[in-house]
Design a protein around this ligand. Structure first.
Ligand code: SF4
Length: 205
């Protein structure tokens, strides 16, 4: 019942939820998600506009790390991320024939790809029912009392599979992210106009 109330509200706020990263193909999506660690989608879109203009999978394999680092500087962790994306280009091209794998273990064998990234790739590119738990999802599910205060990302993911209708998992993921990004913000959430105030547990945390 409570979940219905939440999902109906999210449907009103975000009738067409989708990822806010900008990409032209599967490889660019994977790279964008890897780059989005510890930064915002907006900043990632600014650097990928330059990056994807200059490199595709073949040229990224051969890129100088220092050139990549220059481009990635505005999003932080530039050294690490430059190495990750170059290694990903090599492995995707040479081991997976240029195709982004649709199996979680293969995705997680790529540099810089953890469970959250793998889940997001599987749900966005392949429409598989995987629920990625990022910082927004974690905050919102806790504030709404859907999970426990001390649950980690994996526990939250498992609990959400039980709570969400199977055919709406991907859609709900994007709605939770957008609700956390624009309404239930980390600092100064917009509680005054929030229709979920009656069920929110934020104050008890
Ligand atoms: S009342 Fe505030 S903290 Fe609670 S869900 Fe709404 S925006 Fe988030």
């Amino acid at each position: 019942m409570m979940m219905n109330e939440i999902l109906n509200y999210f449907d009103l706020l975000f009738p067409n939820p989708k990822c806010e990263l900008i990409y032209n193909n599967d490889f660019e999506f994977l790279i964008s998600v890897v780059l989005s660690a510890q930064t915002t989608d907006k900043k990632v879109n600014n650097v990928t506009r330059v990056l994807f203009n200059k490199y595709d999978i073949k040229s990224l394999k051969m890129a100088f790390l220092s050139d990549l680092e220059d481009i990635l500087k505005p999003i932080g962790m530039a050294n690490k991320k430059a190495m990750y994306i170059k290694n990903i280009a090599i492995k995707i091209d040479e081991e997976f024939n240029g195709v982004i794998p649709d199996e979680i273990d293969k995705l997680m064998s790529l540099d810089g790809v953890g469970r959250k990234t793998a889940n997001l790739v599987l749900s966005t590119l392949y429409n598989y029912p995987y629920f990625a738990v990022d910082t927004h999802v974690m905050r919102v599910t806790k504030r709404l009392g859907l999970v426990s205060k001390n649950d980690d990302a994996l526990e939250i993911e498992k609990k959400m599979y039980k709570l969400l209708p199977g055919d709406k998992i991907n859609r709900c993921h994007h709605q939770f992210v957008l609700f956390g990004r624009y309404y239930c913000k980390s600092k100064k959430p917009l509680c005054d106009n929030c229709k979920l105030k009656n069920i929110c547990k934020k104050e008890s945390f």
